[in-house]
Design a protein around this ligand. Sequence first.
Ligand SMILES: *Cc1c(COP(=O)(O)O)cnc(C)c1O
Length: 476
Amino acid sequence: MQLPKIGRKPEDILNDLESFKAKDLPWESGRVFAYVYDPGIEGKDILKKAYSSYLTENALDPTVFPSTLKLENDIISMAGGLVGAKEDFVGNFTTGGTESIMLAIKSARDYFRHIKPEIKTPEIVVPHTAHAAFHKACQFLGLKAIVVPVDKTTYKAIPEEMEKAITPNTILLVGSAPSYAQGVVDPIPEMAAIAHKHGILFHTDACVGGLFLPFAKRAGYDIPDFDLSVPGVTSLSMDFHKFGYAAKGASAVLYNARDLRRFQIFTHSGWAGYTVINTTVLSTKGGGPLAACWAILNLLGEEGYTKIIRDCREGTEKIINWVKQEEGLKVLGEPVANLVAVASDKYSVFRISDLMRKKGWFLQPQLAGSTSQENIHFSIGAGNVEHIDSMLNDWKEIMQQIRDENRPDMVPDMEMLIGMLENATPDTFTQMETALGLQGADLPDELEPINQVLNRLPVDLRNQLLTEYFNRLYNN
Ligand SMILES: *Cc1c(COP(=O)(O)O)cnc(C)c1O
């Protein structure tokens, strides 16, 4: 598109914007088990109104817009109250889990630069189940991520493996509560105790669980300890834009000590312009996400969240119990929240997700990794609960269809592909993507061949292939 020469009519513009969504996932149907966290009609209404009422306010300078400081302080204190923060805890509102994690790691890096300048390349130790955001943070910030295997049955991090990976360069250990992929909570108290013993920091990634586990505990479910009340845990991330049902762009990073958060803050008053003091990555920062987050926390309150969590957990248990009795399917680990990964030693999970998609259900395929099996992932939110019975009915039919058709997995000639890719130029990747039907945003109906290839490729080749794909997808 070119910038129009003369401005267009507002109604045409808004119609266009609506029409662009035609091919998006139909998330309002409740049939999408990932990416979307729908609080229902009343929640959406207040999110929109609150967001637009703070559209123009700029959280860049809280001395000029004290309203944004008030919102942030309120949100952080509500968050701290949920996750056992110490009395003198501190924290900031960020744009998402990735930013919260990145800031926790920046603080750790700069704190250690201060106390142990002899460390040249700092390392963090992460279980294989830790979110990709930790790898991104390391890549952006010049750290090294040391990945350790998790237990192949429980999918939990193994404290002894974490300890073995500690070197004189280690500055931080990581645990998930729960992991996104399998919904399993790591043994945080044991892991944080190891960090403490070695004089290093510990981050609990409660991005997806921070607004679920505290209410689940209150509702009487058996939830292992994970939060800032656990000795040795020094920072924690939690996302409001997941099961807090806030508008996207809403997360928090919390610290048990102000001394550590100091290293998060960037200040520069020596250039030719206004003084810049940034607590987070962004500088100019819209007030919308803050206002919408503040609004939904106040709308739902403890009671509202607890009710949603009960419903989601009951729905999750329905899925778990159904999978356990279905021939050829299994649940990975023992998910304690509302996230489930389903694998199969007998059937192609990618075939299942393709067939489910044809029936209008979106389940997220997850590829195999060093200590994990390929699987399909469900995040069960408020908007999904009432659709679970009909989802399971369709799934049952699909399993029958898969048994009846008894079709071999679509496995390409991997040796040839890997041979091709090992000496690849960007052109090789382009040719391969074309051969696989990976072109533009319109993916083929059947993603199984693509997923089977990706699933079998070594991770670095996978990464290169997908990087080339996105480098062309955003096409200008
Ligand atoms: C979602 C998630 C993240 C990343 O959060 P974004 O908001 O997508 O940046 C990190 N860790 C866990 C456990 C998550 O579920």
